[in-house]
Ligand binder design. Structure first.
Ligand code: GLU
Length: 324
């Protein structure tokens, strides 16, 4: 049986954009007869907000989601918190290192800006030959000074690379070039934390995730994930990269800006059925918002039908959910 998932990072309260993506992922899994997995991506310890782990889950339940596997319900792929899965990331790193494709990198962010050779990939400068050469130039001196280093994985390039391709329900076939788009990617950071790209591919595979619904801000980062899946012999799920919800000013909602949080709406007494209807209307899945029951939400929240030029969270939607 296939599996879908939602994977919140508990770095703060979920905003309406996170809620809409979660709703789409859950409804898709339910409609396609997949199991639905909730995975808490609390891998970035310093940025994890303690109350957010329980808070995020409680608010998603309030919105109407339920999951078959997750930190609070267990399941055959437990544990479901990344902070408890680091031995898997270590094993994956060892497998990559055994294949000779991991190296220590002593270059700081500033060094990288200075070296920054063409080309630039979709996620910024790509770590290529010039960076490798600069790293070798400074290596001995920085090793001697016990400078901090991160670990990078260098995917095979050229003929050895194979195609880095994924199938996306909304974007079609997306192809990445290992050299131009990916380069050598961080798998363990200089501060000792595991990189998101490594953790996400290890966990999606270990949890049997066959389809990933997530925000389209992560599409560009998928090239690195594909390269890691190839190197580790892991399957590539099908993806559905969904548009992000914009606020009334036309900006992407962001946790760091605060506002529009599920926590605040719940505390204000918002009716989750009205919120579901408004979120679907914002995605172009309903012409006008109306209160939606859970079953109706599952039937209507089809990410494959998403309107790419959806409407922002405007004053009319905000007032539709505002309690009397
Ligand atoms: N934890 C990531 C986030 O909250 C999502 C990762 C993913 O869906 O692959 O942005």
């Amino acid at each position: 049986m296939g599996r879908g998932r939602f994977a919140p990072s508990p770095t703060g309260d979920l905003h309406l954009g996170n809620a809409r993506t979660a709703l789409l992922a859950w409804a898709r899994a339910r409609r396609e007869g997949q199991r639905f997995v909730m995975r808490v991506e609390d891998i970035d310890g310093p940025r994890t907000v303690p109350h957010a782990v329980e808070g995020n889950l409680a608010e998603l339940r309030w919105l109407g989601l339920e999951w078959d596997e997750g930190p609070d319900v267990g399941g055959e792929s437990a544990p479901y918190r990344q902070s408890e899965r680091v031995d898997r990331y270590q094993a994956a790193l060892e497998a990559l290192a055994a294949a000779g494709s991991v190296f220590s990198c002593y270059l700081s962010r500033r060094d990288l800006r200075e070296v920054a050779s063409a080309p630039h990939g979709p996620t910024g400068p790509v770590y290529g030959a010039a960076e490798r050469a600069e790293n070798e130039r400074v290596r001995r001196e920085r090793e001697a000074a016990s400078a901090a280093f991160c670990l990078r994985f260098a995917p095979p390039v050229g003929a050895a690379a194979g195609a880095l391709e994924l199938d996306d329900v909304l974007h079609g076939r997306v192809t990445f070039d290992a050299e131009r788009d990916v380069g050598a990617i961080v798998v363990r950071r200089a501060d000792g934390l595991w990189a998101y790209a490594l953790a996400v591919v290890v966990d999606d595979a270990a949890m049997g995730v066959s389809e990933v619904v997530r925000g389209d801000d992560l599409l560009a980062a998928s090239g690195a994930q594909l390269a890691l899946q190839r190197a580790l012999g892991l399957p590539t799920p099908r993806y559905v990269h969904v548009p992000l919800l914009l606020d009334a000013a036309g900006e992407r909602m962001a946790k760091r800006r605060g506002g529009n949080t599920l926590r605040a709406l719940r505390a204000a007494g918002v009716d989750p059925a009205r919120l579901r209807g408004a979120l679907l209307a914002s995605a172009g899945l309903l012409d006008e918002p109306r209160p939606l029951g859970v079953d109706e939400t599952v039937a209507l929240a089809d990410p494959a039908r998403l309107d790419r030029a959806a409407r922002p969270w405007d004053a009319a939607l905000a007032s539709f959910v505002a309690p009397d």
